[in-house]
Write a protein that binds this ligand. Sequence first.
Ligand code: AMP
Length: 270
Amino acid sequence: MRARARALRESGDVVGLVPTMGYLHEGHLSLIRLAAELADTVVVSIFVNPTQFGPAEDYERYPRDLERDARLAEGAGCDVLFVPEVADMYPEGHATAVHIERLSEKLCGAQRPGHFDGVCTVVAKLMNIVEPGLAVFGQKDGQQAVIIERMVDDLNMDVTIVLGPTVREPDGLAMSSRNTYLSPDERSDALSINEALSEARERYEAGETDAGSVVDRIRVTIDARPKARVEYVSAVDRRTLDDVRVLGPGTMIAVAARVGGTRLIDNVVL
Ligand code: AMP
């Protein structure tokens, strides 16, 4: 991969990288298409990264289908599919991790200790291997996007981070590889997440600026569904991830909820 990427760069190509864990859906494909518009050559990585899963999480059962992924990625404009093995990414003796202070401890980081260290470590490794001119991430994982932007600035990585908007199912559910875990009842209750966030946006657009009131309403709307339990709802500054009391432009309202056994996240940026 390194040799291939280096040759592409030397021939003058701008390389765009789209890191994923595979089981591709339209959200991933939109990022690949965006990369194809902005770069000459698109590298898509597929790597279910063990270091970003907690011990009781779904690493083993995370859905995988490489053949289908390869077909979909190519159709969206992927030129090189990079599928490293765990033993190649983390050979015996591997001992280095990237930790982004403060930002990594908030929101999802509070419930998934070490998660963002795993994400940042693997993304830094992918950046070092591919050395892309740009890398594309989804706003769906809003905290991850902020943390990666921070890492790239803090570590002087010579790569432009591009964010693509969240792609949703026709009924509003944010696309996620984990949606495949949902039973029909759970899927129906999962719709409350987007409904609550959309309602929050409408209230903001109608003049509501009290973060506490909007956050409470989201929590109540989601918890009203039998299969859905809120893990957190937060209104934060989109850059610092600090809680805000007054909603305004650049506020991100982020939700994590458990629906049945599945943990789902979503957000809106005002
Ligand atoms: P994952 O395979 O879940 O690690 O996601 C790989 C990339 O796709 C990340 O940058 C995600 O933010 C992005 N992504 C996942 N779901 C969506 C979606 N529904 N819309 C846009 N981007 C997404």
